[in-house]
Design a protein around this ligand. Sequence first.
Ligand code: SAM
Length: 178
Amino acid sequence: MAQSDWKPDTYLDLIRAEVPRYDELQDEAVKAIPFPPERVLELGMGTGETTRRLVGAYPDAWVIGLDSSPDMVFRAREMYDGVQLARIEDPLPDGPWDLVIGVLSIHHLTTEQKQSLFRRVREHSRSLVIADVVRADVEITPIEPDYDFPETATDLASWSGGTVAWTQDDLAVVSAVY
Ligand SMILES: C[S@@+](CC[C@H](N)C(=O)[O-])C[C@H]1O[C@@H](n2cnc3c(N)ncnc32)[C@H](O)[C@@H]1O
């Protein structure tokens, strides 16, 4: 995915071109939330597309989002208070959380970093939803070898202790309850 081109103003057009099922993926991520959450941590919040849908479905949810891009954080803060400039690899903001959710962000972590993240999430959250590009027979999303590290949906489910809630082409949603 063309990270160097991502700017908040053009992000949605670009991501929809690279991930034609982007809106479907967002909808399926929210559908996979296993119970109404109150305290939510979003990883790699970007411009806040997931938060917007999540709060629409669960108006009582209180979302803290983090992102490593200052531009994205500035944009998301125009709409939401709880946005932090932070990396997913760093210690997570204090939980406990009802839900940790990440859409199209976890694939930027290496395998070891993903497994470490899942261990930390298990300790601090009652559930997890990951919606992301995965390794599959069909490859639609452009992959940058130095920046994108997709796994199979089965591996994501196995490492997180969850199940594959939805999959289509090279996209999948994994949901876990702890
Ligand atoms: C493809 S965008 C997805 C944004 C949003 N979740 C969405 O669904 O539209 C990936 C986002 O993850 C952020 N990101 C990438 N690596 C990250 C990391 N290690 N820690 C935190 N955020 C990261 C990027 O800055 C970007 O905003």
